[in-house]
Design a protein around this ligand. Structure first.
Ligand code: AP5
Length: 222
């Protein structure tokens, strides 16, 4: 199953994608995570992307697209994937279609995780991420068992550098500018499903899985 998750920063795309990927036994591909790995490793791509990310702007399409195309060439995507963070605009959506067509693949479903502005700010200001395995926590909504220590791998938790007030404002404004065209595009080709992401993670997950089953009754959920 090939699922794309859309939604504002903080809607819970990463949180849902990680669990969904385990449940459906497919890889989770997050362009944000791949970019952050490149920044941490100080690769040429990371050095170029860092400034855009710190400002809350989109990294230029060609850089992200090349990076994703490389990821989609890996064998593990053969039986599907959960794509989180791409596409971010109409141009990326069109390029994604071409990339997948070349690989004889198609998207089964695009899930728009919708969250209210109040929820987004609360989630992003308290988000904690594991430095080692990338697991998501929240200081109050989903606190780790031991402060600043990952429940899964015992790695150190940190606050993302783009989770500050100024950058969050920019990320939201970029998102709002692009999302209308993007959702209209997927609505027209009957791929789009809406899910309210204001509820607790297991409830959101259940709704997404139920939609996946409606789209593909052969889908296996672990
Ligand atoms: P990216 O990493 O994709 O960030 P984003 O889209 O801003 O989304 P977030 O990761 O902030 O939020 P999320 O929806 O995944 O929420 P999460 O699950 O973490 O991109 C970062 C940057 O990279 C961009 O600004 C851009 O510069 C660049 N970039 C990436 N892709 C690009 C592209 N295609 N083109 C160009 N540039 C690109 O949840 C947030 C918090 O809420 C967590 O603490 C979590 O524990 C908590 N939480 C989640 N769900 C719930 C719930 N249901 N109830 C309570 N708490 C919850």
């Amino acid at each position: 199953m090939r699922i794309v998750l859309l939604g504002p920063p903080g809607a819970g795309k990463g949180t849902q994608a990680k669990v969904l990927a385990q449940k459906l036994q497919v890889p989770h591909i997050s362009t944000g995570d791949i970019l952050r790995q490149n920044v941490a490793q100080q690769t040429a791509l990371g050095k170029e992307a860092k400034d855009y990310m710190d400002k809350g702007l989109l990294v230029p399409d060609e850089l992200v697209t090349q990076m994703l195309d490389k990821r989609l060439q890996q064998l593990d995507v053969k039986h599907g994937f959960i794509l989180d963070g791409y596409p971010r605009n109409l141009a990326q959506a069109k390029v994604l279609d071409v990339m997948l067509k070349e690989k004889k693949m198609d998207i089964d479903m695009v899930v728009y995780l919708d969250a209210s502005a109040q929820v987004i700010i609360q989630r992003l200001s308290g988000r904690l991420v594991c430095k080692s395995c990338g697991a998501n926590f929240h200081a109050t909504n989903m606190p780790p068992k031991v402060a600043l220590v990952c429940d899964t791998c015992k790695g150190k938790l940190y606050q993302r550098s783009d989770d500050n007030e100024e950058t969050i404002k920019n990320r939201l404004s970029v998102y709002r500018k692009e999302v209308k065209d993007l959702s209209l595009y997927y609505q027209k080709i009957h791929k789009l499903e809406h899910v309210s992401a204001d509820e607790d993670p297991p409830i959101v997950l259940e709704k997404v899985i139920s939609l996946a089953k409606q789209r593909n009754d052969t889908v296996k959920v672990r």
